[in-house]
Write a protein that binds this ligand. Structure first.
Ligand SMILES: NC(=O)c1ccc[n+]([C@@H]2O[C@H](COP(=O)([O-])OP(=O)(O)OC[C@H]3O[C@@H](n4cnc5c(N)ncnc54)[C@H](O)[C@@H]3O)[C@@H](O)[C@H]2O)c1
Length: 247
């Protein structure tokens, strides 16, 4: 018996990295999965892993920044899997550069995926969840949204926005039985971070009291806690998973 038996979870950006680890963790606890990424065929490996765990899975193509894509993804999930109990807003991008060099396009692109995408998916699931008087939304923010970072004005603003959206939507939806929480990962090994120069990686490692970078599974464990029954009296919270980098 898993703690998510009979639940349906929709995870955005689940083709790889943290999103894939989250999808597999929720499936291992008994949830059926709606996987969502820019292209459905990128989701084949995650889908195979979920199926191996014995859960139902559907693969959805959607750009989280486009309202029509998002509404269709939620409608398809409800039609094919019978509902949506858990939403994990994980899809995210970076377009790093210093403020003085940042183009309007670099600003807009990052805000569109990270913040607008989280807003659009939250809005799309809010109605069916409120109707059911139950639901659980977990937003993947970042420690950068809490502490800022040179070269990431767009990303930091988007993730701070995700935290503010988490708290405001938590207040609106709590009376209808829907919880909304966020997770703020630190430096996690993934495609997003593997391109960083060696000197930057070393500097970051020196700043992590636990002395190691995080793994996608470290984040997935805490998402499971927020998505599951053990956090039943928590909403509007931001949990930091950074090996002690941010306290
Ligand atoms: N890796 C880290 O150190 C770290 C730290 C803090 C927060 N995060 C956050 O965790 C989340 C996952 O990051 P990751 O490291 O696994 O990144 P990743 O680049 O490995 O994976 C991101 C996934 O999102 C998908 N995606 C991107 N734009 C999309 C869009 N418009 N619509 C649908 N899907 C889209 C990508 O195709 C990819 O599969 C992001 O929100 C990121 O900001 C990562």
């Amino acid at each position: 018996m898993g703690q998510l038996d009979g639940k349906v979870a929709l995870v955005t950006g689940s083709a790889r990295g943290i999103g894939r680890a989250i999808a597999e963790k929720l499936a291992a606890e008994g949830a059926d999965l709606a996987l969502c990424d820019l292209q459905a065929d990128w989701l084949a490996e995650t889908a195979a892993a979920v199926e191996t765990l014995g859960q139902k899975v559907i693969c959805l193509s959607a750009d989280v920044s486009k309202g029509d894509d998002v509404n269709k993804a939620v409608a398809d999930t409800i039609e094919q899997l019978g509902g949506v109990d858990i939403l994990v807003n994980n899809a995210g991008i970076t377009k790093d550069t210093l403020l003085m060099r940042m183009s309007e396009e670099q600003w807009d692109d990052v805000l569109a995926v990270n913040l607008r995408g989280t807003f659009l998916f939250t809005k799309a699931v809010a109605r069916p969840m409120m109707k059911k008087r139950a639901g659980n939304i977990v937003n993947v923010a970042s420690i950068i949204g809490l502490i800022g970072n040179a070269g990431q004005c767009n990303y930091a603003a988007s993730k701070a926005g995700v935290i503010a959206l988490t708290k405001s939507s938590a207040k609106e939806l709590a009376p209808r039985g829907v919880r909304v929480n966020a997770i703020a990962p630190g430096f996690i090994e993934s495609k997003m971070t593997e391109g960083l120069p060696e000197d930057v990686r070393k500097k970051m490692l020196d700043a992590i009291p636990m002395g190691r970078f995080g793994k996608p599974e470290d984040v997935a464990d805490v998402v499971l806690f927020l998505a599951g029954v053990s956090s039943g009296y928590m909403t509007g919270q931001v949990l930091t998973v950074s090996g002690g980098m941010v306290m």
